[in-house]
Design a protein. Structure first.
Length: 278
């Protein structure tokens, strides 16, 4: 539990056991609805599970290789998955006969997915140095942009805005204007590859995190998206690559916080404003 207390499961506090959602490693997970999550795995499948019961409600199969990313517009019935087979697929919740839309076209593994809040448009990124925009109804590629050495690692949509934030192995974090699929802003390059990004619910800040080793690099960075468009804060303390970073949902007694996970086998929660670890 996020408040630090430990809840009991069952009449005697025994943990509940559920069948695994995947038969191999889980590679990506995302919120789907307040009580549902979607996950992708090396077993090439996409699963929708209940946060509360742990039960797998439906499973989607169709990719030919490992699923690399999954995402969804929160509270929608559409799930999107990317794969090492260079494709992206859209799935409809409760429809298990096959994908409702395909998005082929990338030349290498797809490593970034971001869907607009109304689920009408999708942005994808790949190790082929390109970012693409798609119409989710027709599957048509609406725009394509290529930047040399821009090996995309993650994409996320800015809430309520036509902007998409992207991290890259070229050590930069970019903000794309999805309307024309052009770079609206590039933050100063860091010393190490940027591995993941997230955007705050109010759309004011974004996070990026970096690779690292033996305490060098492996920091998360808070950026201002609206005014100065510069670095606000850094979060240092991991000893290996940070693999993911997220803004935590605000609470009545919880100061704005972020969480980071790392290859050093730790998850750290930070005070967003002071960079102090909880």
């Amino acid at each position: 539990r996020a408040d630090g207390s430990v809840g009991q499961a069952g009449p005697a506090g025994a943990s509940q056991q559920h069948s695994p959602a995947h038969t191999d490693a889980v590679t990506s997970v995302a919120a789907l609805k307040p009580d549902l999550c979607v996950s992708g795995g090396r077993d090439k499948s996409v699963a929708v599970s209940s946060w509360r019961s742990g039960a797998v409600l439906c499973r989607f199969t169709g990719h030919e290789r490992e699923v690399t990313k999954v995402t969804s517009a929160l509270d929608s019935n559409r799930v999107f998955s990317a794969s090492r087979d260079k494709t992206v697929m859209m799935w409809e919740l409760h429809r298990t006969l096959g994908p409702s839309q395909h998005f082929p076209g990338h030349d290498l593994v797809v490593t970034g997915l971001a869907v607009s809040p109304d689920a009408s448009q999708l942005c994808t990124g790949s190790r082929d140095n390109t970012v693409r925009k798609w119409d989710t109804e027709t599957g048509e590629c609406l725009a394509r942009a290529a930047i040399s050495r821009n090996l995309v690692t993650h994409l996320c949509w800015v809430p309520g805005e036509p902007y998409v934030v992207q991290t890259s192995e070229d050590k930069t974090t970019r903000v794309w204007d999805s309307r024309e699929l052009q770079v609206a802003h590039t933050f100063p390059a860091k010393q190490h590859m940027q591995t993941c990004c997230d955007v705050s619910q109010d759309g004011r800040y974004c996070l990026s995190c970096s690779s690292g080793c033996a305490g060098h690099g492996a920091e998360a960075t808070l950026w201002d998206l609206r005014q100065t468009r510069g670095q606000v804060c850094e979060y240092k303390g991991h000893f290996q690559t940070i693999t993911s970073c997220v803004f935590l949902p605000p609470g009545p007694t919880l100061a704005p916080s972020i969480a980071t996970s790392s290859s050093d086998s730790t998850v750290k929660v930070w005070d967003q404003g002071t960079a102090g670890r909880g």
